[in-house]
Design a protein around this ligand. Structure first.
Ligand code: HEC
Ligand code: HEC
Length: 501
């Protein structure tokens, strides 16, 4: 329960410190989300003991769960045909020109909560709650220009270079689609994942610095927390290096500074974001057309919708606090069958990517503003003690993160490949899905195409082909035991309910 007295302190702080809202408002309507104090004021109040971490979480939850309206900045500015990329946020077209909604390519919801809603799909009815996964209806449909719902295009025109235009249309049952279709994962345990990612990035940056001062010809292995990302070769005494990396960085690293390549990005199905806040900046713009000050600058109405300062640095900061303090998934009691299933999981190669548990060095997750992807220790304004949000202490001062993943991208084969034409990251590459909580989080895979765990495993290809084949070759009782084990990986119980008043 939120302490009522504390809530009043927070609310009065909000009233006291909030800047007067400048938008001309209807007689009785205005923004759905109140302005909150600046980050500096919040940190001062925290130092003085007037508020605590739970108050910041409550404020973050408020940002997460408020259905934003046009007074908050919901919506892009007017469509601008002069934009070089009319599908990019800021000036997107809207359905029937209604000025506000699109659904395909964002402008698809009013609150974060709308899509991160399902805590367990195992109960009947599914248990709804805060910070969970979404069903396919909540999928994000990202930047398509073609969805051939009637299968009436020649798909080879769209996707295969150099096809023979004399060939007739092929009605092949493939509704061609050149965007991304992504199923919402849950936010549970995000703090542990973010800390691991940041520690791994710091290690890789250290290894790079070492490689730059090593004698020419030295090969430095890029291994951190037991995960191997390739190697660096020192080219000369001037500190030039050549990277040979896997599962990290953009698809084409030509011309990209090595420092930027060596950033672990655990968030987003494709592993594109180094922190949850980094993800949130894009989410605000994509889903809501809300422009964070930290992206567009202070007092800048970048999308031309008549509003500036749509979401403040303080609001993004408390949202980040909420994100990383989401409780972690739990592991149910394992009977002998499930234990045998876990052993099989390891034996047949699943654990090579789905590492059962990783250990952090520290238990304090640094939150920074502004964020420097290459240096997680820069501009830290708050350190969150992960022990206080449910992670178990590990020897050496860190915590255990039982995530069942390696924070690395893998090629998953043509069967799972997306058909995104803008593909900054290879269409067949995804970051290893974290299996904690998997018992409750159906549907599975990046677009939710697998309705059962068996299907999700069966659809593995590419680098995971041999593990998948091993699974299919198991006897039915062995398969059942492995699935029984996976079904012990549960979502947290009643996550974040203490934040609801
Ligand atoms: C329309 C549905 C929808 C809405 C609204 C939405 N999300 Fe998501 N969220 C998704 C999808 C889909 C993904 C996976 C995206 C991807 O893989 O690129 C995702 C991923 C995330 C992730 C990364 C999680 C991970 O483990 O990789 C975070 C963090 C997140 N969302 C936070 C938010 C926040 C904060 C908001 C509100 C500002 C929000 N989401 C609004 C659908 C939604
Ligand atoms: C080469 C690395 C790799 C190996 C080996 C591997 N996986 Fe995966 N696994 C992934 C990736 C990457 C995804 C996400 C794919 C996607 O989003 O489409 C995934 C997704 C999953 C999912 C769905 C998770 C979700 O939330 O959607 C399950 C279940 C799963 N794997 C189980 C297994 C099992 C069981 C094995 C062993 C038979 C295995 N995996 C072997 C990389 C691997």
């Amino acid at each position: 329960m939120v302490d009522a007295k504390r809530l009043i302190t927070v609310l009065s702080l909000v009233l006291l410190l909030a800047a007067p809202y400048s938008l001309a408002q209807d007689a009785d309507e205005g923004p759905a989300h109140p302005d909150i104090p600046s980050l500096d004021d919040l940190l001062d109040a925290l130092d003085a003991g007037d508020i605590d971490l739970d108050d910041l979480r409550t404020m973050g939850f408020s940002v997460f769960s408020t259905p934003f309206n046009t007074y908050d900045g919901y919506g892009d500015g007017p469509f601008d045909p002069a934009e070089t990329d009319t599908a990019a946020f800021g000036h997107r077209p809207t359905l029937q020109g209604n000025g506000l909604t699109l659904r395909v390519n964002g402008l698809d919801a009013q609150s974060c909560n709308e899509c991160h809603t399902i805590v367990s799909n195992r109960t009947r009815p599914p248990t709804l709650g805060i910070g969970g996964v979404g069903g396919v209806v909540q999928n994000a449909i990202i930047m398509p220009s073609v969805i051939d719902v009637a299968d009436s295009f020649d798909d080879r025109v769209v996707f295969q270079a150099g096809h023979d235009p004399a060939l007739p249309l092929a009605f092949d049952g493939v509704a061609d689609f050149n965007g991304r279709f992504a199923n919402p994962p849950f936010l549970f345990g995000g703090g542990g994942v973010e800390l691991l990612g940041k520690e791994m990035t710091a290690d890789l940056q250290d290894l790079l610095a070492q490689a730059r001062t090593a004698p020419a010809g030295t090969v430095t292995l890029l291994t951190t927390h037991g995960v191997d990302f390739g190697s660096i070769t020192t080219l000369d005494a001037a500190g030039n290096v050549e990277l040979d990396v896997e599962g990290i960085g953009p698809e084409d690293i030509t011309g990209v500074p090595p420092e930027e390549v060596l950033v672990v990005r655990p968030f987003g199905r494709k592993g594109e974001n180094f922190s949850m806040r980094d993800f949130d900046r894009g989410a605000m713009q994509f889903h809501f057309g809300i422009q964070p000050v930290e992206v567009v600058g202070e007092d800048v109405d970048e999308d031309g919708d008549g509003l500036d300062n749509e979401v403040s640095v303080a609001e993004m900061s408390v949202l980040h606090v909420f994100d990383v303090t989401n409780p972690r998934p739990r592991i149910g009691k394992l009977g002998p069958g499930a234990v045998a299933g876990f052993q099989t999981f390891v034996d047949i190669g699943c654990a090579e990517c789905h590492r059962p548990v990783m250990k952090t060095r520290s238990r304090f997750l640094p939150l920074a503003h502004p964020e420097d992807p290459t240096d997680p220790s820069a501009d830290v304004y708050l350190e969150v003690d992960l022990k206080k949000v449910g992670f178990d202490k590990a020897p050496g001062g860190g915590v255990f993160v039982p995530l069942f993943a390696d924070l690395k991208r893998h090629k998953m084969g043509p069967g799972l490949a997306e058909t995104f034409e803008r593909g900054e990251l290879a269409n067949d590459e995804f970051t290893t899905a974290r299996l904690w909580g998997i018992a409750d989080s159906a549907p599975y895979l990046h677009d939710g195409r697998a309705t059962t765990l068996f299907q999700a495993i069966d659809l593995h290809g590419g680098e995971a082909q041999s593990a998948r084949d091993n699974f299919i070759a198991l006897s039915v009782p062995q398969q059942k035991k492995l699935l029984r084990f996976l079904k012990k990986l549960r979502a947290p119980k009643q996550p974040n309910e203490e934040l609801v008043d």
